[in-house]
Every structure is written in structure tokens, then in C-alpha cells.
Design a binder for this molecule. Structure first.
Ligand code: XIL
Length: 397
């Protein structure tokens, strides 16, 4: 439990911190901070540093380093796949909780918080569901009922154990979709209409009064034109503002943070501004799936330093921008990476034309990369007056 009260006189602040062995951000120079974990250093600010965890890696007896780093470096975990619908209910009506339960139990043993991922998404749905809708054996009214039942069942099982739930994931289209005007996309919008978003939050709240309920999406790190027709961040901003206006119990917006070094990306001020605008609505924010991938050119694959070094540096710089912006916004509650090692990262399997990788904090042999040191340095060299303790909202009724 972290308890801080600020008595501000200019930039003078008095803080008390209840985390043992963690040097408070206000205590002057930290002692040997580079020896501390990301977990301890994040908690100096009340910030939870998290990672996605892969069930197979967590279970692999020959891969103890994976478990050690999860345990030692992170204060929050997200199941990378184990809580998705296809994993939980592969056969209709028969839930298999084993993998998800194991992640929850491990996190509890490690004293870590949990992000629940994910209740409503158009991907990784069980085939019985998508086939049933396609062949007409599940009609619209039944589909809505099935969704309600799923949310209620999953949220109830982990009631009181999940800190933040990703209730709805990736509901909004991208400018490269057809039509290019931003819209509610995918399976749920197609079959239920956009009203499913509000329903999902209400059903989740009914099943857990205390979890923080998040909308989660990618490419919302910064605002663009300000026109919701082509600015996804603006579209999401307006969507959550309207949900709040209608009394829908939403507590936060998760920005995934999947970046690539080949793109222009953003600076700290642009990202901090986006977080602030969500905070102004009274919402928490979080970075929920950060990784910064690079193209694996022939030179990279051959180990040519001139090709590898600029990519590792650019990756670190992008981690830095997102983390610094999060630190600067007291309502940015957690910074979660989507896997911490290139040994177990979704990037090479997903982005293969051209091949991409090098997206995480540690290399394939669990050696910390420049990105790890950058994240660590950011957590060390941050403090008041620009970085203040976190402000956690009360779950909205
Ligand atoms: C990814 C997983 O990392 C992969 O293992 C899986 O094959 C596909 O999904 N946005 C999300 C995550 O919200 O759930 C996705 O995770 C990555 C993109």
C-alpha cells in the first residue's frame, strides 16, 4: 500500500512511502538505483510496471530465467492469451480455467497486480461462436445473451482479483480500413451494432464492483487532425466522453503502445498531451502492451552492428517517450510491456513480411538491452515537481 500526502510549498514536498526496500522518489539521491528492479523503481512513483506472460514459457521447466524475471522485475502481469475467449471456452459451455487460474495464482504469490485481458474482442473468438453466427444457428438476440453470459462468468470468477479489466478491445477501425472514415469495426459491431460497448461495461461492472474497467486500443498514443473521421485518438476520446455522459461505468483508456522504429512516432509532449486529455475526462490511463519492433533486414540478421545499433537505440527511445509521458501524468497507472524478451515475443510470428523483431527489453538470452536501461533510468531520474504520485480513480458505478 502506497500512501503519500503532498504538502507543497513551491516544489518542496513531503512524502511517506510504504514500500519497503524502495527508495521514495522524494528522498534525494537513490542509493545504487541501477541495482533495483523496474518493479521497485516504478513503485517509487506508485507506477505499476507490468508484462504480458505467456503460459507455455511460464510452465517450461527448462526456462527458469523467464519465471525469475517475471517475478523480480514486474509488479503487474497480463495473460498474453490465457484469458481470451477461445482459450477459456474452446467448447461451448465448457470453460477451461487452468491456464488463466495459474497466471492469477502465480501473480498473487509474487505480490503482483493483474490486468485482465480481454472480455470483448473480435479476434481469438472460439469457432463455435463465429461459425454459429455465420451459419445462422446463433441469432442476434442469442449472441447478445451469450456475450452477457461470457462477461458475467469470467468477471465473476476473478472478482476481487483483477485490478484493471480490458472490457472492450480494438473496437475502432483504422484509416487504412474500408471505408476509411473511422467507424466501429469487427464482429461485435457488425452483429450487435455499437451499443455492445456500453452493454459490455455495464455487465462487467455488475459482476465486479471494484475492478477498474478499461477501453483498450492501438494507435491512440497521440492526437492527429482532431477530426474523428480520420483521427483514431479523437474518435476514441469522443466515444469514451459519450459513454461517460450516458453514465456508463468506464474508468480508463488503455493505449497499447505497439510501435515500430520504421515509423515517425511521437515525442513525449504529444503523448503526454493525449494522456492528459483522457485524464481531463476523469479517466485513468495506462500503457498496456508496449513493444517497439524493427525490421530484421539482411544486415540485422547477419549481425552487422551498423544495422543493429540504430534499431536498438530507436527502440529504446520510443520506450522512453511512452514511459516519460506516463510518468508525467498522475492518472497513468501502469506501464505494461507485451512480453519482456525477444525469446518470447509475438512480433516475429506476427509481422513477417518483411520480418520484424527486436521489440522487447531483453534479448533472446535474457540480456537486458538498451531499452531496459533506458526504462530503468527513466524510473530513477524522475520525481517531483514533474512526476507526482499516481491518482487512482474510484471505480465508477
Ligand atoms: C497477441 C498475442 O501476443 C499473440 O500470442 C496472439 O497470437 C495474438 O494476439 N493486441 C492485443 C493482444 O490486444 O491481445 C494481441 O496479443 C496483440 C495485439
Amino acid at each position: 500500500m502506497l500512501l503519500r500526502r503532498w504538502i507543497a510549498a513551491g516544489v518542496v514536498a513531503v512524502a511517506t512511502v510504504g514500500v519497503l526496500s524502495t527508495v521514495p522518489a522524494t528522498a534525494g539521491r537513490p542509493h545504487d538505483p541501477a541495482d533495483q528492479s523496474l518493479r521497485a523503481l516504478g513503485l517509487r512513483h506508485g507506477l505499476y510496471v507490468g508484462t504480458a506472460v505467456d503460459t507455455a514459457a511460464l510452465d517450461d521447466p527448462d526456462d527458469p530465467r523467464y519465471r525469475e524475471i517475471v517475478r523480480d522485475e514486474f509488479s503487474s502481469v497480463t495473460a498474453e492469451n490465457a484469458m481470451k475467449w477461445e482459450s477459456l471456452e474452446p467448447t461451448r459451455g465448457r470453460y477451461d480455467w487452468a491456464a488463466a487460474d495459474k497466471i492469477v495464482a502465480t501473480a498473487q504469490r509474487n505480490g503482483q497486480r493483474l490486468r485482465g485481458h480481454v472480455l470483448v474482442w473480435h479476434n481469438q473468438l472460439p469457432t463455435w461462436l463465429t461459425d454459429g453466427v455465420a451459419d445462422g444457428s446463433i441469432d442476434k438476440a442469442q449472441l447478445r445473451q451469450i456475450l452477457r453470459q461470457h462477461i458475467t462468468t469470467v468477471v465473476s470468477r476473478y472478482r476481487g482479483k483483477i485490478w484493471q479489466w480490458d472490457v472492450v478491445n480494438e473496437a475502432v477501425s483504422d484509416p487504412w480500413d474500408d471505408p476509411p472514415t473511422l467507424h466501429y469495426k469487427g464482429f461485435w459491431a457488425q452483429h450487435l451494432g455499437p451499443g455492445y460497448v456500453a452493454d459490455a461495461f455495464r455487465w462487467a461492472r455488475a459482476a465486479d464492483p471494484k475492478a477498474l474497467l478499461f477501453y483498450n486500443d492501438y494507435n491512440i498514443e497521440a492526437f492527429g487532425s482532431g477530426d474523428p473521421a480520420d483521427d483514431k485518438t479523437q474518435f476514441v476520446h469522443d466515444m469514451v466522453r459519450d459513454l461517460l455522459a450516458r453514465g456508463v461505468p468506464i474508468d480508463g483508456v488503455g493505449s497499447q503502445g505497439h510501435l515500430g522504429t520504421q515509423y515517425g512516432n511521437f515525442d513525449t509532449f504529444q503523448v503526454a498531451d493525449a494522456l492528459r486529455r483522457f485524464a481531463k475526462l476523469g479517466l485513468a490511463t495506462a500503457f498496456t502492451e508496449v513493444d517497439v519492433r524493427s525490421q530484421l533486414t539482411e544486415g540485422v540478421r547477419a549481425g552487422v552492428p551498423d544495422e543493429i545499433n540504430p534499431r536498438l537505440q530507436a527502440s529504446a527511445a520510443n520506450f522512453h517517450v511512452l514511459l516519460q509521458a506516463c510518468l508525467a501524468e498522475p492518472r497513468c497507472l501502469s506501464f505494461t510491456v507485451w512480453g519482456f524478451t525477444d525469446r518470447h515475443s509475438w512480433v516475429p510470428g506476427w509481422f513477417d513480411d518483411p520480418p520484424e523483431g527486436l521489440a522487447t527489453l531483453y534479448d533472446e538470452n535474457y540480456q537486458p538491452k538498451r531499452a531496459y536501461q533506458t526504462v530503468k533510468a527513466d524510473l530513477i531520474f524522475a520525481g517531483p515537481p514533474y512526476v507526482l504520485p499516481r491518482v487512482t480513480p474510484r471505480p465508477r458505478r
